[in-house]
Design a protein around this ligand. Structure first.
Ligand code: NZQ
Ligand code: ZN
Length: 385
């Protein structure tokens, strides 16, 4: 196992009715800005629950954060933060809202010239407004981690700071009942691929991390389809298990002390930035191709994945790996996400532009060995056709 320091300070309130925990979490003298997206929270009762919980606080609101949060929208919030002397941000939504709020938290107190430098120049932020999160879409893990992804003019780029990790997160599985099947499926796949990015590398004998990861993968394989099936989709146990798996998949725990890949995500970001494909749907297209192209580098872990996650015991090593890749694709198809570029109407002519963007964004040494060059990314994208 590799050396590591692990710390996750987000206090989690899990379960039905936990939105009222906000009341005690946010200091009563705070001036709060509730930040949300396109308005789903007004239709499903979450806005009312949050308003009720904030009834003793002085609070304001900022809405309109879009999926794949846009820089131009986020910076509009800075005026109200200044004007109303906001000192606490409450994100109410999915990963896009939580990520957007992380950027706002840093931008509001940024002392440099241009808040975009936080991302473009990876300029470290020195201060950030405190954040709380009410999660409405289990997927990204953003509610307890320190990462965020922001888009500007088609450039979708990540940043990370311990200062933007939410102080608390409310995970109420009941609020996920209003999600469309598409968003439920996207969430399951995003969490699955987060786990794979930290698991499917090379072995460092991290037994705890491996078995936690295998448990999360198996949970998503079991519960994901149930969260979509007519007779089980409203089952709160199913929703709760999916929600907790998604948080655990990217809260830092399974990635501590093990190598991490993230090539699927970085290539996927170009598919979203350039072609507007939902985040998870880029991952379901790219991951199987990464497994095929990086088969030799990942051989030992692919075999372990085949045997432990899919319980494939028969056949030669290569046959077991083939079956595991096939099972992964079948699982994605069952969840309703695409597995080929052609499924989203992209073809070979689009690959050059994607590679140009990867280079422009400095994504030229990807993967756990930093050896996924633009040439290898091109092979991966061709494999995904
Ligand atoms: O905007 P509203 O009206 O809220 O609607 C949203 C949005 O249209 C809707 N939705 C959310 N909760 C709902 C709901 N609709 C009905 N009922 C509910 N309970 O779902 C749509 C998608 O929301 P979004 O927040 O975009 O989805 P997701 O949570 O998948 O977040 C994706 C973003 O997170 C980034 C992605 O790149 C993408 O920008 N990621 C962040 C990560 C992190 N911070 O660690 C890691 C991930 O790999 C990912 O990159
Ligand atoms: Zn993701």
């Amino acid at each position: 196992m590799l050396n590591f320091s692990f710390h996750n300070s987000t206090r989690i309130h899990f379960g039905e009715g936990q939105i009222e925990a906000i009341k005690k979490e946010i200091p009563t003298d705070a001036r709060v800005l509730m930040v949300y997206g396109g308005g789903s929270i007004k239709k499903n009762g979450v806005y009312d629950q949050v308003s009720q919980a904030l009834c003793e606080h002085e609070w304001f609101e900022f809405s309109g954060i879009e999926p794949n949060p846009q820089y131009d929208t986020l910076v509009k919030s800075l005026a109200i933060i200044k004007e109303k002397k906001i000192d606490y941000l409450l994100a109410v939504g999915g990963g896009s809202v939580v990520d957007g709020v992380k950027f706002i938290a840093g931008a509001a107190l940024f002392e440099g010239d241009d808040p975009w430098d936080i991302i473009a120049k990876q300029q470290r932020i020195q201060k950030a407004l405190p954040i709380g999160a009410v999660l409405t879409l289990p997927a990204t893990g953003s509610e307890t981690n320190q990462g965020a992804v922001v888009t500007r003019n088609g450039h979708k780029l990540p940043f990370s700071s311990p200062l933007v990790r939410p102080q608390f997160a409310v995970l109420d599985p009941a609020v996920t009942l209003s999600l469309s099947d598409r968003q439920v499926g996207n969430g399951v796949v995003d969490a699955f691929v987060h786990t794979m990015e930290q698991y499917l590398t090379y072995s460092v004998n991290g037994k705890v991390q491996d078995r936690f990861s295998e448990g999360l993968l198996q949970t998503l394989i079991e519960e994901g389809p149930k969260a979509l099936a007519a007779d089980t989709k409203n089952d709160m146990e199913v929703r709760g298990n999916v929600m907790w798996a998604a948080t655990m998949a990217l809260n830092g725990l399974i990635g501590a002390g093990v190598p991490q890949d993230w090539a699927t995500h970085m290539i996927g970001h170009e598919l979203t930035g350039g072609h507007g494909i939902d985040h998870a749907r880029t991952l379901s297209i790219v991951l199987p191709a990464v497994m095929k192209v990086r088969r030799e580098e990942k051989r030992e872990k692919l075999l372990q994945y085949a045997q432990r996650v899919w319980n494939i015991q028969k056949g030669t090593e290569d046959e077991q790996i083939d079956q595991a890749i096939e099972k992964t694709e079948q699982f994605f198809v069952q969840i309703g996400v695409p597995v080929r570029l052609s499924d989203v109407d992209l073809n070979e002519s689009h690959i050059e532009g994607l590679i140009t963007n990867l280079k422009q964004h400095g994504m030229v040494k990807l993967g756990e060995n930093r050896d996924i060059t633009p040439q290898v990314s091109e092979q991966i994208l061709k494999m995904a056709l």
